[in-house]
Design a protein around this ligand. Structure first.
Ligand code: UDP
Length: 463
């Protein structure tokens, strides 16, 4: 399975009519996932597309397999993109109009959220659907969800993906949007029916930095273990045209200063004893785009440190080829300043690659030090160099780490497992909302009707 747009079949264009989810799947309960800027159908690894896009897409597809009709809403950011993209029979991405159809950086998107709410409501009435449960992703979607809940009785679930309270600790000047973001992040924790934290560390962070009130359930992220699995290292290197005798250090992810690529590059410069070192940097888009600035900065540091010959900038790679990169590597490095979860860690481990990661957030949860890799304080260049060196210098131990890493992912992090947890949570919330509706609001004849609707849909869900 690839996650680039080639694998997607568009079923409707801006002008063609499409079939309503209700009419299409009368026995399925329709739910909405909202991801304002993280288009689930986008090319991953480009500009701001990253873990959130993967999460929403994979969770959506897995929930559809469990019996839900899953509609994933995002902002239409390119005129050529289809308005609706069908990923599987009961899972689709719907791109709503909210501002100009062009890439807008996250920090400038909030002004378009009222239009997003309007477009969502128009879509609902056109389809004749009223989503009883909405799962929002990122703080701007949370704002959208809270507005939608003012207009109708919905169950609201939220996943943060990134936390302003953490992000702003590390920046010298907060952007103009900071206060709004912090207020919405607090509001959603206190008012959502449930917030999903992707690691116990994120839960702790939410309680310490955001609010003591509100319901939190820890449901980790997953990975696709049929895509990310072990293959022989020699085979992977041969397929990618990488040399068999090199010590390969891999970075996969977006070009963003907070990802700490600079720390990794500087650490590689300290590994002079390894004469056959190769640093492979995967991710990003072409020069000239928004993330191009960070890429150019990293390229300059690579040149200053005399590492140009040893460094390969592989560009964006889809999930079809990424397993080859992970498997080809001796060590996968995640030097982020902060990471609420960090999908790259479990993808690498699923491919049997030891991970050296910053000792922060969800990485503390997924990486088991000394068993599946090593954890190092963020931005500690010497620490990263020493940890990478330990793995490169001890082949027998590295082999043990490889085995334990892939086992840990198989046993703990699969999208289907994540979807089962989320599905149970949704059903619990919907059942709760029905019983409170039955208890307090509805006249008797209506109660039976409402109850039978949910019995029908929960049967479909458990089918
Ligand atoms: N990714 C990709 N191709 C690339 C670079 C990244 O498919 O060239 C994917 C990567 O496999 C992972 C996601 O982007 O699934 C990054 O998620 P993560 O949680 O590690 O970081 P985020 O982008 O959310 O900060």
């Amino acid at each position: 399975m690839t996650n680039n747009s080639k694998s997607i079949v568009p079923v409707a264009s801006a002008t063609s009519p499409y079939v309503s989810s209700r009419r299409n799947a009368p026995n399925r309960q329709a739910i909405a996932l909202i991801s304002d800027h993280g288009d689930p159908a986008a090319e991953i690894g480009k500009e701001e597309a990253g873990g959130q896009n993967v999460y929403v897409r994979k969770v959506g597809e897995a929930l559809a397999k469990l019996g839900w009709q899953v509609d994933m809403f995002t902002r239409k950011s390119r005129p050529d993109d289809a308005k609706i993209v069908q990923h599987s029979p009961h899972c689709r991405t719907i791109r709503l109009t909210a501002g100009p159809e062009e890439f807008i950086p996250r920090d400038q998107l909030f002004d378009y959220m009222p239009e997003f709410v309007e477009s969502f409501q128009k879509f609902q009435s056109k389809e004749g659907t009223n989503y009883p449960l909405i799962h929002t992703n990122y703080w701007m979607s949370a704002w959208v969800g809270l507005r939608l809940r003012e207009a109708s009785n919905i169950q609201l679930v939220h996943t943060y993906h990134s936390l302003g309270a953490v992000k702003y600790q590390a920046v010298p000047h907060k952007p103009a949007i900071a206060d709004t973001r912090l207020a919405v992040e607090q509001q959603i924790l206190e008012q959502a029916n449930c917030v999903v934290a992707t690691s116990p560390q994120e839960e702790e962070m939410l309680r310490t930095l955001v609010s003591q009130q509100g319901c939190i359930e820890v449901i980790p992220c997953g990975t696709d273990i049929s895509t990310f699995h072990t293959i022989p290292k020699a085979e992977a290197r041969a397929k990618l045209g990488l040399k068999q005798n090199e010590a390969i250090i891999l970075y996969v992810g977006r070009f963003d200063p907070r990802k700490g690529i600079e720390t990794l590059v500087r650490a590689c410069a300290e590994l002079k004893d390894h004469t056959n070192l190769r640093l492979v940097i995967v991710g990003g888009s072409e020069p000239g785009s928004v993330d191009g600035e960070e890429r150019e900065r990293i390229e300059r540091i690579v040149a200053e440190l005399g590492l140009t010959e040893q460094t390969l900038f592989a560009g964006r790679v889809g999930h079809d080829l990424l397993p080859l990169y992970y498997t080809a590597a001796d060590v996968s490095v995640i030097p982020s300043h902060y990471e609420p979860f960090g999908l790259v860690a479990i993808e690498a481990m699923a491919c049997g690659t030891p991970v050296v990661a910053s000792d922060v957030g969800g990485l503390k949860f997924s990486v088991v030090p000394e068993e599946t890799g090593l954890l190092v304080p963020p931005q500690d260049v010497d620490g990263f160099a020493q940890a990478i060196d330990r793995i490169l210098s001890d082949e027998i131990w590295a082999r043990k780490l490889r085995k334990q890493a892939s086992l840990r992912v198989q046993q703990n992090f699969s999208w289907s497992g994540v979807a089962v947890h989320l599905s149970n949570l949704y059903r619990h919330l919907l059942a709760q909302s029905i019983s409170s509706e039955l208890l307090w609001n509805e006249p008797l004849p209506r109660r039976a009707e409402v109850a039978s609707t949910y019995v029908a849909s929960s049967k479909a869900v458990s089918a």
